[in-house]
Ligand binder design. Sequence first.
Ligand SMILES: [Zn+2]
Length: 152
Amino acid sequence: MDKAYKNFLSHFPQRVGDELMNYITNVVFLHSRYLFTTRKGRKQTAYCTHCKTWSDTEGLRHGQQADCPSCHSKCQVKASGRGRKYLKDHAYVEWYEKSLIDPNAFVVSGFYVLRDYTGDFTKVETEYSMHAEYLFQQGKSTMYVLGWRDRM
Ligand SMILES: [Zn+2]
């Protein structure tokens, strides 16, 4: 790692904090909550991708909106037997924080976030991929694009 980049990185927090995680889960991906329904005999059950819980449900229909019985999130109902080849939600997030070492500077992390429901919907975790990092100091800004490092 070259010295300039190392200096640049020293302004950034070492890891992504809880505040950012909460922002992504509860704001950016508020719409990305699903109830996947399935049948066991005559009973319908549904898996909530937000609270990761199976609940007994009744009469939920593919395509409608419903509250998760367990966490009460507003979710989109999906029949688990239907194809979901394209069911991916993604967004670009820019996150502002104070510099760790310069009280007059701030940093911005820009990254892509993805929730991919095309596979096993009980295993979906939010994925992150760093795209760009910015440092704003008085009279000066510095940017690195695609500087990826393991902060997530
Ligand atoms: Zn839930």
